[in-house]
Ligand binder design. Structure first.
Ligand SMILES: [Zn+2]
Ligand SMILES: [Zn+2]
Length: 377
């Protein structure tokens, strides 16, 4: 056990839906379960899901109010339970860790934990990010918008030396989500992928991953801020303004570049849908060549309208992508460190979380991150 921890911590709490966060001082939570690790939070990133949850539109609602949000954060190990499990003991005091909110206290016994059928989300037998009985930090239980958090050692990934906590936090949901979605496209270097919503939190990371993976990448967006951000990255991806360029014209141009003449062979091999709009979905479907994949990451309340003709006549597969396994998480962090992949992020102190949310609604693109080092200076 660590010593000299303070008794209390500051956190930003949601007291009800559709209300701003409120700062409160509460006792520091205790690691009680053998897999538990108490971390001092160093950085906590804001995700669209935090907004969806605060609006009361999230399946898997908080167990109770007041509630601490944030399911993508990073911190430093400060203590364990009285009898740490081998998984928890691996994280020695002082180890820097990234936390993804998925699968806190995965049960080890459900069909998912005993062997998920999904190779990208599958871990060793006994743990699954899809565990049907697990909780999720920042969603059903408390998350990272506080100075300390109890996390499950099996959720964690050690932070590579080259990455800071502020760089790591946005990768723990946005990074792993887009990285796993790209893996689900099953492309080989030289293939074409389009990312709808390329200037957003996930999209701008996707542009970096996709180009570093060797794919010919098309980044599509439909607003000035995100388009400027996507262009500023200088990834080598082709950036398309969906407001002024028609999908059919883009397909023609790609066909000419690839020396293809028949309509079904022109276009991209996979598209990833990040926005919630039907227009973005339709645009993405038009970009696809026959026998290609549409990977959906967003989940608008009203769903998407899908044309059966696209699926039947053009043989387009539509698949969903939620998260990656802990194994994929570690791979993603190493890939990010190795290739210099970083979220374009703006930092706020914890005390200004509501100002961060206001900034989020301005829609400038990129990620917004609470940097704990900015408080109390
Ligand atoms: Zn998220
Ligand atoms: Zn389980």
């Amino acid at each position: 056990m660590a010593t000299k921890l303070p008794e209390t911590m500051r956190g930003q709490f949601l007291h009800a839906y559709k209300q701003p966060y409120q700062s409160r001082i509460v006792p520091i939570p205790k690691p009680l379960h053998p897999d538990d690790v108490l971390i001092k939070v160093d950085a906590a990133s804001y995700c669209h899901t935090d907004y969806v949850l605060a609006q009361g539109q999230m399946p898997g609602l908080p167990n109770s109010f007041p509630h601490i949000g944030c399911h993508e954060f990073a911190g430093t190990t400060v203590s364990h339970s009285a009898h740490p499990s081998p998984d928890a003991a691996k994280f020695k005091i002082g180890t820097r860790v990234g936390v993804t909110g998925r699968a806190f206290h995965a049960c080890r016994e459900c069909f998912e934990c005993q062997g998920s059928k999904d190779p990208i989300a599958q871990d060793e037998k006994g743990y699954s990010v899809h565990c049907t009985r697990a909780e999720n930090n920042g969603i059903s239980k408390d998350g990272g918008f506080a100075e300390y958090a109890v996390v499950d050692a099996r959720q964690l990934a050690p932070i590579p030396e080259k990455l800071s906590a502020v760089e790591t936090a946005p990768l723990m949901c946005a990074g792993i989500t887009i990285y796993a979605a790209l893996k689900r496209c099953q492309l080989t270097p030289g293939d074409r992928v389009a990312i709808m919503g390329a200037g957003g939190g996930l999209g701008h990371l996707g542009l970096q991953y996709a180009t570093k993976m060797g794919f010919k990448t098309l980044g599509v967006d439909a607003a000035d801020g995100p388009l400027n951000l996507a262009r500023s990255l200088d990834t080598g991806a082709q950036i398309v303004d969906a407001r002024s360029e028609k999908a059919a014209d883009v397909v023609e141009q790609l066909g000419a570049e690839d020396g293809k003449r028949d309509l079904g062979e022109k276009g991209v091999d996979a598209v990833i849908i990040l926005p919630e709009s039907q227009a973005a979905f339709d645009y993405g479907m038009t970009l696809l060549k026959s026998h290609s994949k549409c990977v959906i990451v967003s989940f608008p309340e009203a769903g998407f309208h899908v044309s059966s003709r696209d699926i039947v006549f053009r043989d387009i597969s539509i698949i969903g992508s939620l998260v990656g396994s802990n194994k994929t998480l570690r791979e993603m962090l190493d890939f990010s460190a190795q290739h210099g992949i970083r979220a374009v992020a703006k930092s706020f102190p914890l005390s200004e979380l509501n100002a961060l949310v206001e900034d989020y609604h301005k829609g400038g693109g990129g990620k917004l991150v609470v940097d704990m080092a900015l408080d109390g200076q």
